[in-house]
Design a binder for this molecule. Structure first.
Ligand SMILES: Cc1ncc(COP(=O)(O)O)c(C=O)c1O
Length: 376
């Protein structure tokens, strides 16, 4: 097992990933699940998460780009993988070689795809824009023409059709409008040979009233997080899989009036104990965390002064020994709270954790693997 040489690490509980897949499978027992493992599995590690998710019953994976898909294939993952983003036409034959499914997102792209001189056929999913106005075709006639074109192309295997929801975590009316639009746009297509029809992301699949009888794309829920627990109350437990941890590397007492950090933006109001935590914006822990809190032995400790590239300072209620654990994300500091306090979403906090932070994988409470992205 690899070692790592710093006092900041992310702990990933693979049992939690397994638990979350099983909960979602129990909720949607008949549906094909695409585990969304783009952006390095939302920061958790795409290969490790994929392997456990597959063991737990996920049948397909989805990533953002071809590079991510190739990385999974190179790690001996052989289930269907869908690239959700746009793939360059010059890379289509590579996708075909590695049996990676692509998103057919645009009329011009489709026109050029069907005339490519491919040696091996390529699998595609036609993307319908049902109202988010990101990728996809939005006009009924255009959809019918391109569907027919893809279906009749000898080197194309049209295996899927899908859309994406813009407001599943905040506006049920618009969500319902998008589902209706999708159903209307695909109503006249002969889908008998299309293996995968999918539209539900985590926020949609957690809401029973929007149940759509086809495949689901499980992203944030896989990692144990509800996109908005107030908007989407659930009656089962999702277990957050990731903790972001560090150790105090120095503890000192400063005097009333002393300043802390770049720009000297913090002034001690009295004699104070402070600690130095070896994490900074180069680890994805941005400067916007200034003024928030981390947990030290159950105490909420304020992040004081500016977050530096590699370190930050916190105010302690008393002296603690060097090496005392600091929880940035984890027990008593869920990622949802971290995100809310800096005006963002859990997705962003997790994806930003950089490759400088080693990932320590746990199974049954024991460390099974340590991954240092930059050492491979
Ligand atoms: C096209 C697409 N499908 C599915 C997902 C997964 O969404 P979630 O993480 O909310 O489940 C995403 C995430 O960004 C996406 O872009």
């Amino acid at each position: 097992m690899q070692e790592y040489y710093r006092d900041t690490w992310a702990e990933i509980d693979l049992d939690a990933i397994e638990h979350n897949v099983k909960q979602i499978k129990a909720l949607h027992p008949t549906k094909e699940i695409f585990a969304v493992v783009k952006a390095n599995g939302y920061g958790h590690g795409d290969v490790e998460v994929s392997k456990v998710a597959i063991e737990a019953g996920v049948s397909c994976l989805a990533v953002s780009g071809l590079e991510e898909a190739l990385c999974l294939r190179k790690s001996d993952i052989d289930v269907p993988i869908l690239v959700l983003g746009m793939t360059r036409l010059c890379d289509v034959s590579l996708a075909a070689k590695y049996d990676i499914s692509l998103t057919a997102h645009d009329e011009m792209w489709i026109k050029e795809l069907v005339s490519l001189p491919l040696e091996k056929s390529v699998k595609v999913h036609l993307k319908i824009d049902s109202g988010m106005h990101r990728l996809g075709l939005m006009n009924e006639e255009q959809i019918q023409t391109n569907f027919a074109l893809l279906k009749s192309a000898p080197m194309v295997n049209l295996e899927g059709i899908f859309t994406h929801m813009a407001t599943a975590d905040c506006d049920k009316d618009y969500l319902s409008h998008q589902i209706k639009t999708f159903k209307r746009l695909i109503a006249k297509l002969d889908l008998s040979e299309v293996k995968y029809i999918h539209l539900e992301n985590t926020a949609t699949l957690l809401q029973k009233e929007f149940d759509f009888d086809h495949g689901i794309r499980l992203g944030l829920g896989l990692y144990g997080i509800n996109p908005d627990a107030k908007f989407i109350p659930i009656d089962f437990e999702l277990k957050p899989a990731l903790k972001l941890l560090s150790n105090l590397v120095q503890v000192k007492q400063i005097k009333k009036g002393d300043k802390v950090g770049y720009g000297a933006t913090y002034t001690a109001q009295e004699d104070e104990w402070i600690g130095v935590v070896p994490i900074g914006y180069a680890d994805g822990w941005t400067r916007s965390h200034q003024g928030r809190h981390v947990i030290v032995e159950g105490h909420e400790c304020e992040i004081i002064g500016r977050v530096c590239m590699d370190q930050m300072m916190i105010r302690l209620p008393k002296s603690f020994p060097m090496g005392t654990k600091v929880t940035l994300i984890g027990d008593k500091m869920p990622v949802e709270r971290v995100a809310e306090e800096i005006g963002t979403i859990s997705y962003e906090i997790l994806c930003l954790i950089s490759d400088r932070v080693p990932r320590v994988y746990k199974r049954g409470g024991k460390t099974t693997n340590i991954k240092k992205m930059r050492f491979e």
